[in-house]
Design a protein. Sequence first.
Length: 94
Amino acid sequence: MTPADDRPELHAFVADLNRVRRAAGGPSYHQLASLATQMLGQPRPGGVKFVALPVSSTSEILSGRRKALKWSWVLTFITALQEAARRRRSRLAG
């Protein structure tokens, strides 16, 4: 039993995050960390800020070993995935 098993809604959300990562081309945790670093300091509506995506933290979250997620991490993760997918499409088209 993984720690997320005691919170089925968290387990389902983490599974969705993993599906989105695969749909974006499966960028590595290192690539996501690098993209997040590039995004730090960019202004966001509503005052929400991007955060770092350390490889170890991302691994723990996506394997269900964390019992809670911060909105700022989710925002950064999804935005980094969008950028990774955009860059991947650009490379495939070029």
